[in-house]
Design a protein around this ligand. Structure first.
Ligand SMILES: [Zn+2]
Length: 137
């Protein structure tokens, strides 16, 4: 009976830790998103990392690999650290080529021409066919 109680407490404790970790992650992502948007950017994704270049994880700070689009429509990959009280810090910010992961919804992949409302499926500027993912929208 006592052993069962110990096991129950241990399992409950692990469950609590995992729950806190998931909750922290959700809060962190919301904080990073807000930070990116406050600087005129568009948040794409944040993936939790144990380490970031130049930083070791510490107990209260978490590292994320973040992809975002800045106000000029340029995609960036950066690492960031954040915690409940220290705000958001970016490092190692690099500009990504257009083709990385996210296909621009309304721009020609070849020349960047604005394809909003395009129905022909071909860029009128340079003749490049639209990406299948662009035709869906
Ligand atoms: Zn084009």
């Amino acid at each position: 009976m006592e052993l069962l109680t110990i096991i129950a407490v241990a399992v409950g404790g692990i469950g609590l830790l995992v729950g806190v970790r998931i909750l922290d992650g959700a809060i962190d992502k919301a904080r990073i998103k807000k930070y990116v948007e406050s600087r005129g950017g568009e948040f794409r994704e944040a993936k939790w990392r144990l380490f970031a270049p130049g930083w070791l994880g510490n107990k209260n700070q978490r590292m994320y690999r973040v992809v975002y689009r800045d106000g000029n429509g340029v995609n960036h990959l950066a690492h960031c650290k954040t915690s409940m009280f220290s705000g958001v810090y970016f490092t190692g910010d690099v500009v990504l080529p257009h083709s990385y992961k996210q296909i621009p919804e309304d721009e020609c992949l070849s020349c960047g021409y604005d394809l909003t409302g395009n129905v022909s499926g071909i860029c009128p500027e340079c003749g490049t066919p639209l990406h299948p993912q662009q035709r869906e929208t």
